[in-house]
Design a protein around this ligand. Structure first.
Ligand code: CU
Length: 215
């Protein structure tokens, strides 16, 4: 009996240690699985987070690309005496309302024919004028007196546009002209000033003529 007990106890000892080892191994596997799961979860989160980020921003950029876009132009006289639209070359999106604001700092008047004094091709057929010489037309106008025009912003081909710019009151008192246009067809449009403002400026691309890229 005692030898059996001893024998049994001597056999139990290794089997007990095997049991603890097995428990330890199971615990280790368990810890490894848990740590591994967290690691996988972190990788999964990162992996899913990155592709979903651009997808989430796409809807927010879509409405703004179809909404009104502002375009600011300035008419200046350079130190060299050239008349110039800034910028002369620019890009705008197609099928989008472009709200133009032109600040004319030139107080020179250049007589045009009556056909060139009409506002053509803007969204509501008018332009809005503020500032300028006292007594000159302000507010929404569909034409200006032919003798009260400083420059025009005109597109003759592709999509006709004619907007007229009354003179500034003085070099630091610009006239502000606003109008809206929708370009319905992508492409390259040449604009020019039809007022006989300055022969050199009118002949030099980038001064009284330029390119609108519609895309
Ligand atoms: Cu001009």
């Amino acid at each position: 009996m005692t030898s059996d007990v001893k024998g049994r106890s001597s056999k139990d000892a290794p089997s007990a240690s095997v049991g603890w080892t097995a428990l330890g191994a199971i615990a280790l596997v368990g810890v490894t699985l848990v740590v591994g799961w967290f690691g996988f979860a972190m990788m999964y989160d990162v992996g899913v987070g990155n592709p979903s980020a651009p997808a989430a921003t796409t809807p927010s950029t879509s409405p703004s690309s179809s909404g009104p876009v502002s375009m600011y132009l300035t008419i200046v006289t350079t130190p060299g005496g050239m008349d110039q639209y800034l910028p002369a070359n620019f890009s705008v999106p197609a099928n989008t309302q472009i709200n133009f604001q032109v600040m004319n700092y030139d107080n020179g008047v250049n007589n045009v024919s009556s056909s060139i004094s009409q506002v053509i091709g803007t969204l509501d057929g008018t332009e809005t004028v503020s500032g300028g010489v006292p007594g000159a037309p302000t507010g929404a106008v569909s034409s200006l007196p032919a003798g009260d025009i400083s420059h025009t912003f005109s597109i003759l081909k592709g999509q006709v546009l004619n907007v007229v710019m009354p003179p500034a009151l003085g070099p630091n008192q610009p006239t502000v002209i606003t109008f809206s246009v929708v370009f319905t067809t992508p492409g390259s449009y040449t604009w020019l000033c039809q007022a006989p403002c300055d022969i050199n400026s009118m002949a030099a691309p980038g001064f009284m003529s330029g390119t609108i890229t519609v895309s």
